[in-house]
Design a binder for this molecule. Structure first.
Ligand SMILES: C[S@@+](CC[C@H](N)C(=O)[O-])C[C@H]1O[C@@H](n2cnc3c(N)ncnc32)[C@H](O)[C@@H]1O
Length: 329
């Protein structure tokens, strides 16, 4: 399921005004600068988002996509823990607040959110966007300057989100962050780009969360070893994001949307019911049958062919999407 149209629209609305007054070429240049930063050496040792035009470019260009990716990961957590909702939430490396918007959307605005980041301009813009959201929990969120390092201490909280942050940290700081998140929270959701490197960081984080005593809620059907042989493939998913006019300007072309690829792990300290299997590729629909690539609880990676004669299951397979649980609950 995607985000509710109202929250996604509220975000789009809040972002729309951001680049007003900035000549389009200047906005595109700010995005180009950011993209080349992220292609360059990370971790950076100092914030990449240094001033208002950096954070405005980041928010306008990336926030709708990171919001949708986190939203999809939260949906998977909700499916595994249907009775649970966080009262408190800490968004570490939260930047302009994409994951906080996703949490407000997923649980109907009930959580008290604290956003931690070392980039003051990102926090300032996040606060502004939240104020324009019309969503009470976002408007009430606390925005605090905090550096992720071995010295990071996080107050006890129900949910920690860490979205598109691990890539910016040294391995030592990544380990410190995930270990501290696992200590402080009842549920931890970590999202990274859906690349082989992003997946490798998610697997390393997953190992740390399990070692700290948490149970994997999603996407995996179990907390055992990942069945993907290192270097042969990577577990990732996709969510559809509407392209803004800034996107079209920077990337060219006229497509109205693009697919954001992401990898994630959600783990909890409380009992959950993970999916028995998850669809790990876009299903292939053939005449009278659907081919599903699955990661399963008992059988590792497996292909399942669902044919017309399977009746309602066939109907469900035709509706199944990459990333869905299988069979649907
Ligand atoms: C790619 S942005 C992601 C922002 C947001 N979580 C999202 O999903 O859109 C990475 C964020 O991590 C923050 N960050 C990177 N290294 C950090 C550190 N050592 N301490 C605190 N924040 C850090 C950056 O300032 C930035 O806001």
């Amino acid at each position: 399921m995607n985000a509710s149209p109202s929250t996604a629209e509220a975000l789009r609305g809040a972002l729309a005004g951001l680049l007003d007054g900035l000549p389009p070429t200047q906005a595109a240049q700010a995005v180009d600068r950011l993209i080349s930063h992220y292609r360059g050496t990370v971790p950076t040792g100092a914030p990449v988002l240094r001033d208002r035009s950096d954070v405005a470019a980041y928010a306008a260009y990336r926030m709708p996509a990171t919001f949708e990716a986190v939203r999809a990961a939260l949906d998977a957590l909700r499916a595994a823990a249907p009775g649970w909702a966080p009262d408190t939430h800490t968004d570490i490396g939260g930047g302009t607040g994409a994951a906080s918007w996703a949490v407000a959307d997923a649980w109907g605005s009930s959580a008290r959110t604290t956003v931690l980041d070392w980039a003051e301009p990102a926090l300032a813009l996040g606060r502004e966007l939240a104020a324009a959201s019309g969503i009470p929990s976002l408007r009430a969120a606390a925005w605090r300057r905090s550096r992720i390092s071995a010295a990071l201490r996080v107050e006890s909280t129900d949910l920690v989100t860490v979205s598109y942050v691990l890539n910016e940290l040294t391995e030592r700081d990544r380990t410190a962050l995930v270990t501290e998140a696992a200590r402080a929270a009842r549920a931890v959701v970590i999202v990274e780009p859906g690349t082989p490197d992003g997946y490798a960081r998610i697997i390393a984080a997953r190992d740390l969360l399990i070692a700290a005593g948490l149970t994997v809620a999603a996407p995996c059907p179990h907390s055992g070893a990942c069945p993907i042989e290192p270097g042969t493939d990577w577990c990732h998913f996709a969510t559809r994001v509407s392209r803004s006019s800034l996107h079209r300007q920077v990337k060219g072309g006229s497509l109205a949307y693009e697919d954001e690829k992401f990898a994630y792990v959600a783990a909890t300290r409380f009992p959950v019911v993970p999916a028995p299997a998850r669809v790990t590729r876009r299903p292939q629909i053939r005449k009278g049958q659907v081919l599903l690539e699955l990661c399963t609880e008992d059988d590792g990676l497996r292909r399942e062919t669902v044919a017309k004669r399977h009746g309602t299951l066939y109907k469900a397979a035709r509706d199944a999407a990459w990333g869905d649980e299988w069979p649907p609950r």
